[in-house]
Design a protein around this ligand. Structure first.
Ligand SMILES: [Zn+2]
Ligand SMILES: [Zn+2]
Length: 325
């Protein structure tokens, strides 16, 4: 590879928010993440036209994970390429691309248990219906460790960075260390002001892997996450900003871990608090955001620590049985 590959951030409107995708300007062009159903036509097509590129020429659709605001536009974008583009997703998140119902199931298995919202599941189902452009079978399933050629000597390597979701991946342009990580690096979270991750131990390990092994020269994020000073990072970070975002994300996780473990060890208490049964953790962290605001990172994350705690308990009990039994 002689020339550096150019990356163009694309923002597609969604209510008050923008959804971010990235165009990799390689011989076989790629788009990382696809927003929602309307994003390819409303956001990507005009943005590409403005830089003299055509959406129908896109050959790779790289999905960082299975959440609706990242995979929602995949089917529509695939259609706009004349079904020529290959849709890439991690094996573990592929069910979210194949089925709208998987999003309802994920809700019910996690945050839905705490929200006391009888309409919650049907609301998630309705959202999946309207913002996911189509259920589809991925063109390429990955699990980390793959290298994908984009022509002209440009290659992208795929790394597994689970935690935010089981199948979160980082796509890294080889040679220039540009890393696209979707929501795998949360800092203080986005609009909710709380970082969301389903598996805390995996999230922490992935952050350290990105900081110590990948060491991105540019880090491309799924949302403008807030930093320690309350100011949002952009979605396109240089090397120094990337180090800071990764370092702060690790610090935030350890603070949340501390609060969560104290709260869970003391025994969860069901109260009338909207943070119930994790009110003590919210208090300890000084978190006053609305925990019910979808996608409810507060409950997703606290449920993750709870599951981790239960599994550890189970493990210890098994060891005791083995020793004494
Ligand atoms: Zn996400
Ligand atoms: Zn997201």
């Amino acid at each position: 590879m002689t020339q550096p590959v150019r990356v163009h951030p694309i923002v597609s409107p969604w209510g008050r928010f923008g959804l971010y995708s990235f165009y990799i300007d390689s011989p076989e062009p790629a788009i990382v993440d696809t927003g929602i159903a309307s994003s390819p036509a409303d956001g990507m097509a005009p943005a590409l036209e403005a830089i003299g590129r055509r959406i129908e020429d896109v050959r790779w659709i790289f999905l960082t994970h299975g959440h609706i605001d990242h995979i929602g536009g995949a089917h529509a974008l695939w259609e706009l390429t004349g079904r020529q583009a290959k849709v890439v997703i991690h094996r573990a998140d592929a069910p979210m691309l194949r089925s709208r119902q998987a999003h309802v199931d994920e809700y019910l298995a996690g945050r839905g248990q705490y929200l006391n919202d009888p309409d919650g599941a049907s609301r998630v189902g309705a959202a999946a219906e309207s913002v996911i452009s189509g259920e589809m079978e991925p063109g390429l399933l990955v699990q980390g460790g793959e290298t994908i050629s984009l022509g002209g000597g440009v290659t992208v390597s795929v790394h597994s960075v689970p935690g935010h979701t089981p199948g979160s991946v980082a796509y890294v342009i080889d040679g220039q260390n540009d890393a696209f990580v979707g929501d795998a690096v949360q800092v203080h979270g986005a609009a909710n002001g709380f970082p969301g991750f389903a598996d805390p131990a995996a999230y922490r390990a992935s952050l350290k892997f990105l900081r110590d092994e990948i060491r991105p020269r540019h880090l491309y994020l799924g949302h403008p996450y807030r930093g320690a000073d309350g100011e949002p990072f952009g979605v396109e970070l240089d090397e120094a900003q990337a180090r800071r975002a990764l370092g702060e994300s690790i610090e935030v996780e350890s603070r949340v871990s501390d609060a969560a473990c104290r709260c869970i060890e003391a025994g969860l208490e069901t109260t009338t608090s909207t943070y119930s049964p994790f009110a003590a953790a919210a208090h300890h962290l000084g978190y006053s955001g609305d925990p019910a605001l979808e996608p409810s990172p507060f409950f997703t994350t606290l449920h993750g620590y709870r599951t981790q705690f239960l599994n550890r308990d189970l493990l210890t009990n098994n060891e005791e049985t083995l020793t004494h039994g």
